[in-house]
Design a protein around this ligand. Structure first.
Ligand code: OSB
Ligand code: MG
Length: 357
């Protein structure tokens, strides 16, 4: 699916999003899921290719024809597959959609989410110059986004942030490095403490909890972990180690909505705020993110933007729009609360496979 504009991060540039859309057929209903893995292994090791392989050869055969009543039962069955959390999460999302549709309840209701609308922001990729970045930021502010996230990488950090902070002294601003620094190279980032940022997201490598602890000791600004947190256990370790003060949750990254909720609960008990991250999802994944972000400990603005920020044509009939208070409504219909635009889905489909008993 072509993005409205290319999205560039420290790990690469994406102009088109490639993803796997899951349909599970059961008892006359269809549940939809989206796999957040992209074509390239930039953000994480999983790709559409690895997810396709794991789904086809392991996860789908493990669940076909089985009577599965809960996400926990599903996770028990697929626990024989190590890792591949994005592949696992995509099937879990489709199961949740089915559970909700069968009970005629929204995912928000099933999760006991408290919000009907979610505070959101926009994540802005690296631009060609700080001037170009300032223009993009001002356009999103005009559209009504109340929180801006800038992507940074070595050489494109302090300069970009100081121009944006200088031009917009009052806005809620945060940065995301996607693991582009080491403890050594991150020393230049310490000057970010002067820019009143909400947080700095994932400065160091994903398996470096202890290094993040050392860096957090040097920073006044809160460190937020994204890539490092793959489970509630990781969240607990990171919190006990004081490796971060905020945790971003993406259901795809952690193996599914059930683990995402477990991380939320772990953080809530320990007074660590959460926010819902994004992976440039289609309307299917965005609906899932909104349901998750309705939970009470998601107290910081989500990376869930309006459909038009990502796609001219989405694969859902519903388009998500930004409210004037920088929120997006949580879908209220059964399951994910979205319907598929079959024609659009067909237009974008590269390959399709059907499995059944
Ligand atoms: O690190 O948060 C990230 C997009 C793709 C991969 C990783 C990230 C992102 C974003 C975009 O920041 C968030 C969105 O979907 O709006
Ligand atoms: Mg991130």
């Amino acid at each position: 699916m072509p993005l409205v504009s290319p999205f560039e991060t420290s790990f690469g540039r994406i102009s088109e999003r490639e993803c796997i859309v899951i349909s599970i057929f059961s008892e006359g209903l269809v549940g939809y899921g989206e796999c957040v893995a992209d074509r390239d292994p930039g953000y994480a090791y999983e790709t559409t290719g690895t997810a396709w392989h794991i789904l086809r050869d392991f996860l789908i055969p493990a669940i076909l024809g089985k009577d599965i009543k809960s996400a926990d039962e599903y996770q028990e069955i697929v626990s024989e597959v190590r890792g591949h959390l994005m592949a696992k999460a995509s099937l879990e999302m489709a199961l949740w959609d089915l559970f909700g549709k069968a009970q005629e309840k929204s995912l928000r209701t099933l999760f006991q989410g408290e919000r009907q609308k979610v505070d959101v922001g926009v994540s802005i990729g690296l631009q060609n110059s700080p001037q170009a970045l300032a223009k993009v930021v001002s356009e999103y502010l005009e559209q009504g986004y109340g929180r801006i996230k800038l992507k940074i990488k070595p050489g494109r950090d302090l300069g970009d942030v100081s121009i944006i902070r200088g031009s917009f002294p009052e806005i809620r601003l945060q940065v995301d490095a996607n693991s582009a620094y080491t403890l050594d190279t991150a020393q230049t980032l310490l000057q970010l403490d002067n820019f009143n940022l909400l947080m700095i997201e994932q400065p160091l490598f994903e398996d470096d909890l202890w290094e993040h602890h050392k860096l957090q000791l040097q920073f006044h600004t809160a460190i937020c972990l994204d890539e490092s947190i793959l489970s509630a256990r990781h969240a607990r370790s990171a919190i006990e180690m004081e490796a971060c003060r905020i945790i971003n949750i993406k259901a795809g990254r952690v193996g599914g909505l059930s683990e995402a909720i477990a991380i939320h609960d772990t953080c809530k008990e320990r007074g660590i705020p959460n926010w819902c991250g994004g992976m440039l999802e289609t309307g299917v994944g965005r609906a899932s993110n909104l349901a998750l972000a309705s939970l009470p400990n998601f107290t910081l603005p989500a990376d869930i933007s309006a459909t038009e920020r990502y796609y001219k044509q989405d694969i859902t009939n519903e388009n998500f729009v930004l409210n004037s208070d920088s929120t997006i409504n949580v879908p209220a219909g059964g399951g994910l609360g979205v319907t598929i635009n079959e024609k659009a889905l067909k237009t974008f489909t590269l390959t399709e496979a059907i499995y059944g008993k």
